[in-house]
Write a protein of this length. Structure first.
Length: 320
């Protein structure tokens, strides 16, 4: 069994375990695995009560990782996240009391209810995997991933995330409402017990770290690299877009398509992988000239136009 097959099998085992708690949402779970295996961060946006927090907790239990939850509120301070040095009168010394950032999976619940100052305090830990406190730099544990939930911006008491922070999130996903049959299964499953409490680990943190070291072995041809970059460049030239995708975004898209390919059981990247990842990776990073309340729909429409315009590489060249 090669390394890529091992990653595929790992994803399937974790997915089956998570789905003991979460009904359906196959595509969303696969995309979260993309972030998990690449070290990216995820922004989950949807109306309250669709299972965002439950999904993150189920994932943390499945990989036997440490998980801490922060409920973001307007009065939350940066030190409430990172921790602080506290003076110990018995020893006459300052002692560091770590905050919830020192974990493996950080659930930042309703992140857009905090002020921009507190939101920005996440930038260093998301990009550098470290925290600076009183001049000292402390490394975070690996694997480390932020899974932030966000209510739609038209809800009362929310603050838009800064563009610089949005660019740190590899993916932006939505769960959506369940279908009627899925809703019925949810009611049946949660009628007598809480499945999350009985969930057992099926993988380890070491498995995730190993997957991160090997997913880049997925083959991506030069033609596919050019295809990917042409899509990114078109976002910088489109007349409706004021701020296109950054070089960080193109690198995130590259990592995402490689991980998505192996999660789908393939050892090479296809155009379909790119098309599947373009919207969740790029849409939230775009800034439009004419702001619209339906920003997500606007981004999807524009990215759809770009995908239709950029020529797709020929199939025989994909496997190299």
């Amino acid at each position: 069994m090669n390394e890529l097959t091992s990653i595929y099998n790992l994803a399937q085992v974790i997915k089956r375990n998570v789905q003991k708690v979460i009904v359906g949402k196959d595509e969303t779970i696969d995309r979260i695995f993309v972030a998990l295996f690449t070290g990216g961060h995820v922004l989950l946006e949807d109306v309250p009560g669709t299972g965002k927090t439950l999904l993150v907790k189920a994932l943390a239990k499945s990989i036997n990782g440490n998980c801490k939850r922060i409920q973001f509120t307007p009065d939350l301070l940066p030190t409430d996240l990172s921790g602080m040095n506290i003076y110990n009168q018995k020893t006459s010394e300052f002692q560091f009391r770590p905050g919830p950032l020192f974990t493996n999976l950080l659930l930042a619940d309703e992140i857009n209810r905090a002020t921009p100052r507190t939101q920005s305090s996440l930038l260093e830990c998301m990009e550098e995997r470290q925290v600076s406190i009183d001049g000292d730099t402390m490394l975070l544990d690996e694997p480390f991933i932020v899974l932030a939930t966000q209510n739609p911006l038209d809800n009362y008491g929310t603050f838009p995330l800064p563009e610089a922070q949005l660019d740190r999130f590899m993916l932006k996903l939505k769960l959506g409402y369940p279908t009627f049959d899925e809703g019925l299964l949810v009611l049946s499953r949660f009628r007598e017990q809480q499945p999350l409490e009985q969930l057992e680990p099926v993988a380890s943190k070491a498995d995730i770290i190993q997957a991160r070291a090997n997913y880049t072995k997925v083959h991506i041809s030069d033609d596919m690299l050019e295809y990917l970059l042409r899509i990114v460049e078109q976002t910088r030239k489109h007349p409706d877009i004021a701020l296109g995708a950054s070089p960080r975004a193109s690198q995130a898209l590259l990592r995402a398509v490689q991980a998505y390919a192996v999660i789908r059981g393939r050892e090479f990247v296809s155009p379909d992988d790119v098309k599947e990842m373009v919207t969740p990776v790029l849409a939230h990073r775009l800034l439009f000239r004419n702001a619209s309340q339906l920003r997500d729909q606007q981004a999807e429409n524009v990215l759809g136009q770009i995908l239709n315009q950029v020529p797709v590489p020929s199939e025989p060249l994909l496997k190299g």
